[in-house]
Design a protein around this ligand. Structure first.
Ligand code: UGA
Length: 470
């Protein structure tokens, strides 16, 4: 049996809540702290403010035994051996990460430290944050030997966060001494030893007793950089394939074939090569900007990241133009929209390309009927229903009498639509798919005018090239 550690997790957002529940799941005692009293009351009552697979079951399993929720950070600090800081690091006006919440938490933690504690950065933070946290704690009078600041970045994706946590590709711990490293290794031992996967009711996933996740120990600064560089690299992969998709459109090739071809190279890998309407969410846009800012501060020109951001913005504009060229004019046209969340499997609409596009269609005078399996309520807070915007109860209602149907989020349920029914529900059988969910041949066979991303129809490469050369 591995040792039970008492862990405080500060912040009950996506990262904090998932980490809290998963630490309890692998056998630790967890105190989840947030200063939002209503959220804490909700969590104590077993209600979960976010849509995340496995989270409700796991919270129910551990709520009255190994996980408690509180607003009392001082008491949590006193009890815990490790304090994970998972508060927000939003984007400031300059593009840098706003670290004021981290700063405030560090000062408050400092007031309650009377014996050795390991403070762990779990939020995405720029390199050197660990040094700032140490400085803040010392300034508050805590002797250096009573604490260590470490970094343990999280690589979970919304929608699959619990599985990503428990079955990760790797666990990174950034530590600058063995004492802190020991505690972090103990915390993750149920996963790294494979013990967790032997349990009868463990959450299923790619990892197993025979193939547990590796633990990578680095310096604290390297761990901070690993997080930013990972997200920036993934965003770059998406922007790269999006440009390739534009070339495919111009040349008359199918980007799905190209993705498969390049992704089969083990050095490149098949993931994050899906062309679409650009990346969104609470992480990539913010982290690419923050990493670019970090580079700038350190005197390094990372112009590549500026290009990644520019391509991402252009990709939405191109899709907008694609809809315009299919409909000719916008005023008074009815658009059925499928998908509001920034990706399938979540109710999160932060930086969602869908929300930005809908706002533009409304500005142009379109009438929009939108549906999303999970994100309607959140969308209503930023785009309330109006004379020109309504929310449908399902995909068919959104499509009813529409001049075109637009697919903006890659929800699996959209791929199961009854295409015959959809065709007769629409006013015109036009589907403009920003996520390449359908097979072009099937859509043509079913009688749709089907436009997608990077999958040019009809124009042969040679024709396109020769017309451009002439
Ligand atoms: C991302 C990372 O994938 C996680 O590893 C990381 O831990 C997390 O950010 C974070 O920093 O907290 P997430 O934002 O939940 O996770 O979503 P992703 O699945 O990465 O998707 C991001 C965006 O890229 C979505 O808008 C998605 O639609 C888009 N995307 C993704 C593509 O357009 N093409 C792809 O091939 C993959």
């Amino acid at each position: 049996m591995t040792e039970k550690i008492t862990i405080a997790v500060v912040g009950s957002g996506y990262v904090g809540l998932v980490a809290s529940v998963c630490f309890a799941e692998i056998g630790h005692r967890v105190i989840c702290v947030d200063n939002d009293e209503s959220k804490i009351a909700m969590l104590r009552g077993g209600e979960i403010p976010i849509f995340e697979e496995y989270l409700p079951e796991l919270l129910e399993r551990h709520r009255n035994t190994s996980i408690e929720f509180t607003t009392d950070l001082d008491a949590a600090t006193q009890k815990a051996q490790a304090i994970f800081v998972a508060v927000g690091t939003p984007q400031s006006q300059t593009g840098s990460a706003d670290l004021s919440y981290v700063d405030a938490v560090a000062s408050q933690i400092a007031r309650s430290i009377t014996e050795y504690k390991v403070i762990v950065e779990k939020s995405t933070v720029p390199v050197y944050t660990n040094e700032w946290i140490s400085r803040v704690i010392e300034r508050n009078g805590v002797p250096r030997e009573l604490f260590d600041v470490t970094s343990n970045p999280e690589f979970l994706r919304e929608g699959t966060a619990v599985v990503d946590f428990l079955h990760g590709d790797r666990i990174v711990i950034g530590v600058d001494n063995e004492r802190a490293a020991n505690l972090l290794r103990k915390i993750y031992e149920p996963l790294t030893s494979g013990e967790y996967y032997q349990m009868a009711d463990s959450v299923p996933g790619a990892r197993s007793e025979a193939d547990p996740p590796p633990l990578l120990q680095t310096s604290t600064k390297a761990a901070e950089l690993i997080k930013h560089a990972s997200n920036a690299f993934l965003a770059m992969k998406i922007s790269f394939i999006n440009v390739v998709s534009n070339i495919c459109e111009a040349a008359g090739a199918d980007v799905e074939e190209v993705s498969q071809g390049i992704g089969s190279d083990g050095r490149i890998g098949p993931k994050f090569l899906k062309a679409g309407i650009g990346y969104g969410g609470s992480c990539f846009p913010k982290d690419v900007a923050a990493f670019r800012y970090v580079a700038e501060q350190l005197g390094v020109d990372f112009g590549l990241l500026r290009e990644v951001e520019k391509i991402n913005a252009d990709q939405k504009r191109r899709f907008f133009q694609k809809v315009r060229s299919a409909l000719w004019t916008f005023r008074g046209k009815k658009l059925g929209i499928l998908g509001l969340a920034f990706k399938g499997g979540t109710d999160d609409i932060r930086e969602s390309p869908a929300i930005e596009l809908i706002s533009q269609f409304l500005k142009e005078g379109c009438i929009v009927s939108a549906y999303d399996p999970a994100a309607v309520e959140r969308t209503k807070e930023v785009l309330p229903p109006s004379g020109t915007l309504s929310y449908a109860k399902d995909s068919y209602e959104a499509a009813t009498d529409a001049d075109a149907l637009l697919i903006l989020t890659d929800w699996r349920e959209f791929t199961d639509l009854d295409l015959d029914r959809l065709r007769y529900t629409l006013r015109y059988p036009i589907v403009i798919d920003g996520r390449n969910l359908f097979d072009r041949a099937i859509m043509a066979e079913k009688g749709f005018t089907y436009l997608s991303v990077g999958r040019a129809g009809g124009v042969h490469a040679k024709d396109a090239l020769s017309s451009r050369l002439s």
